[in-house]
Design a protein around this ligand. Structure first.
Ligand code: ZN
Length: 404
């Protein structure tokens, strides 16, 4: 072994001495041989497979470190071999080198020999073995750390997956559970088809048998009581409540049917008309809500078609609040009589509110003659509410009467 190291080191020294720039192809075999040599030195035979394995498994950075260690081994071996060679020339092998200054040609060898003489060959090999063993231990520790990190990441990913699955299950449970909300709309998830399911208090929207609006047809033509409207110029507050524009009137406006009197509370608008007559609706409708004895609701519906502008509607549009849900007092009174058609014939049936909670036992009075609003007046409302009408509901065999 020692002779081989010396021979190899001498050949390296000669190679470098004979050529300033050694051929490029010589570098790699030299490095390979050096690494092998370092491994041979550092490891007992039993440990070599493990070393090879570690060498193969090691990433590039570790390989570079190993190469460095190998180069160190070569350098040490070279120094040692030069020293040995010099020592061999001067003294019998096995004896300690003695410093003999004087000859210029032998000075380099003498210096090397004296440096090496401090440490025995066995000590150098042990030292190198310890260094390489330390490096291998370090590499193994790094590999163990990588494996531990990978295991930890896998465990974390599994925990995350379980957590997400649990969250998804919770969402599914929540979705299956009945939702209670006070929000409703005219389209989508909170639209008319689902009103009855959104809130238990609105169950009649889905389950009621006297719901409004309806498609009015096959009315029984009879002599109905004439509606006596006692409306007058009134102050009011106005609100855009997010579902429509609503006018809340000051007290004092009444209608009387037979011997029953109802007070006008508010009116509001829908687009298109909720009511249909023989399958046909109109562009808009006004609902005038009245309260009778015991709070009984009576609603007069006035269908709106395109035509002449309506003064009362214009007054309402002029006073639409800038902000939703903001009640604004009127700057000028309006006369609700201007919302009514000249002719007073009507259809009547028992129905419900057309918005949640869809309370039933509402007396509906739908005026046969439509009123008009100008295209500009129609367009203004449609900018705010292009669609705020509940679809027609089943008639369920209800009686509809109409003025003959
Ligand atoms: Zn309405």
């Amino acid at each position: 072994m020692r002779h081989f190291i010396a021979l190899f080191a001498c050949s390296l020294v000669m190679l470098h001495a004979s050529a300033n720039e050694p051929p490029a192809h010589a570098a790699k075999p030299e490095a390979d041989a050096a690494r092998k040599l370092a491994a041979d030195i550092a490891k007992p035979a039993s440990a070599k497979p493990a070393a090879d394995k570690a060498d193969k498994a090691a990433p590039a950075a570790d390989k570079a470190a190993a190469d460095k260690a190998a180069a160190l081994a070569i350098a040490r071996a070279a120094d040692k071999s030069v020293a040995d060679k010099a020592a061999a020339e001067k003294e019998p092998k096995g004896e300690k080198a003695v410093d003999k200054p004087g000859k210029t040609s032998a000075s380099t060898a003498d210096k090397a020999a004296s440096a090496i003489s401090a440490t025995s060959e066995e000590d150098a090999e042990v030292d190198l073995s310890v260094r390489i063993a330390e490096r291998l231990a370090e590499m193994r520790a790094k590999q163990a750390a990588r494996m531990a990190a990978a295991a930890k990441a896998k465990k974390a990913a599994e925990a995350k997956r379980k957590k997400e699955a649990a969250a998804a299950a919770a969402v599914a449970v929540a979705a299956a559970a009945p939702k209670i909300s006070n929000h409703w709309d005219y389209e989508g998830e909170f639209g008319p088809e689902n009103w009855g399911k959104i809130n238990p208090a609105w169950s009649q929207c889905g389950a009621g048998k006297r719901q409004s609006p309806i498609d009015i047809r096959d009315g029984m033509k009879v002599s109905l009581d004439e509606i006596d409207f006692n409306y007058r110029y009134s102050d009011y507050t106005e609100v855009d409540n997010g579902k429509t524009v609503q006018v809340n009137l000051a007290r004092g406006n009444f209608m009387t049917i037979g011997n029953q009197s109802y007070e006008l509370v508010q009116f509001h608008f829908h687009r298109p008309s909720e009511e249909k007559i023989n399958g046909k609706g109109t562009e808009m409708v006004i609902h005038l809500e009245h309260r009778g004895p015991g709070g009984k609701l009576a609603i007069v519906a006035v269908l709106l078609e395109r035509g002449k502008a309506n003064d009362a509607i214009q007054t309402v549009w002029n006073n639409i609040p800038l902000e939703k849900n903001q009640q604004v007092a009127s700057s000028e009174p309006l006369d609700p009589l201007e919302l009514l058609p000249e002719r007073r014939e009507y259809y009547t049936y028992m129905g419900s509110q057309t918005t949640p909670p869809c309370t039933e036992n509402v007396l509906w009075l739908v005026m046969k003659q439509p009123m008009t609003a100008s295209p500009a007046q129609m367009a203004l409302f449609s900018r705010l509410y292009p669609l705020n009408a509940r679809p027609v509901q089943e008639s369920e065999g209800r009686m509809v009467k109409e003025s003959n």
